[in-house]
Design a protein around this ligand. Structure first.
Ligand SMILES: [Zn+2]
Length: 284
């Protein structure tokens, strides 16, 4: 199926009050697991390549081409998204490679500069048919909207959308990145207030720290794109470790990576059910 535009997918999810899973791919097998899980759930999928993954591979092109090929071979709609790009040049590379979505993260910049740069990124991306997610900065917050305790103001979020023309917005409602335990306390009333105030779908980062019940609830309160990376990494690595522990003589990498890929695919399918997305691909 051709690569999907995230805008109609997120719009349908926003009005249907379910979530769209956005999961990161660093290895080829991660990408395979994400597509297999989404196909099993009959749900649309956002596959994300982060700036950190690009740094790990020493460039965007190899991981991008592999991810794009997996997306095009999928039987459900798949978006290929550049996650957390602070480098505008990397955004341009992703657009040139055929990504349908990017996140420009200017949250570390002074507020005025973040708005102006995001506006320029949006102009470039929209001229090329690419959607843009952005993140609102927070004065004094080193980790932008992801610093624990930081909260997005609904009216500020509304102004940010008007100033920049972004297609979706990452907001701070109680989660932070790379949480190993699923005990974040999400401010559900704030989610509802921001969803009411802004005209675009909201994005939850750091969702690995959110338990199943809260994930199910937060999408009914107006959260739409749900980013989960660390939690799936844990599932993948646990399966590798179990396999290696069970057979100290194993040499062929496929012998321990394949079970990890299967475990990750099963967890992706399960999470898409938690987000209420099961079977929604057929309605797009
Ligand atoms: Zn994030």
């Amino acid at each position: 199926m051709p690569l999907a535009d995230p805008r109609p997918i997120l719009a349908a999810a926003r009005s249907g009050r379910y979530g769209v899973g956005a999961f990161n791919t660093t290895l080829l097998e991660h990408g395979e697991a994400l597509v297999a899980g989404a196909e099993a759930a009959g749900a649309p999928l956002i596959m994300q390549v982060s700036e950190n993954a690009v740094r790990y591979h020493g460039g965007l092109r190899p991981i991008a081409l592999a991810t794009l090929a997996l997306a095009e071979a999928a039987t459900v709609p798949v978006v290929v998204h550049l996650d957390h790009a602070e480098d505008v040049d990397l955004v341009h590379q992703a657009v040139d490679l055929g990504f349908t979505s990017v996140m420009y993260d200017g949250s570390k910049l002074p507020d005025d500069e973040n708005r102006a740069t995001t506006r320029r990124v949006v102009e470039h991306c929209h001229a090329n048919g690419v959607a843009v997610e952005a993140e609102l900065g927070e004065v004094g917050g080193k980790d932008g909207v992801h610093a624990p305790g930081v909260r997005t103001d609904p009216q500020d979020a509304r102004r940010f959308c008007a100033d920049t023309g972004v297609d979706s917005l990452a907001v701070a409602v109680g989660t932070s990145h790379a949480m190993a335990s699923r005990d974040a306390v999400v401010d559900l009333d704030l989610v509802a207030a921001i969803a009411e105030a802004v005209p675009v779908p909201l994005v939850l980062h750091g969702s690995s720290g959110v338990d199943d019940a809260t994930l199910s609830t937060v999408v009914t309160r107006g959260m739409t794109k749900v980013n989960i990376a660390t939690h799936l990494n844990k599932v993948f690595t646990r399966a590798v470790r179990e396999r290696l522990d069970a057979d100290p003589k194993v040499m062929d990498a496929r012998k321990y990576v394949a079970p990890a890929r299967d475990a990750m695919a099963a967890e992706v399918e399960r999470l898409l059910g938690v987000l209420g997305a099961r079977g929604t691909a057929a309605r797009l």
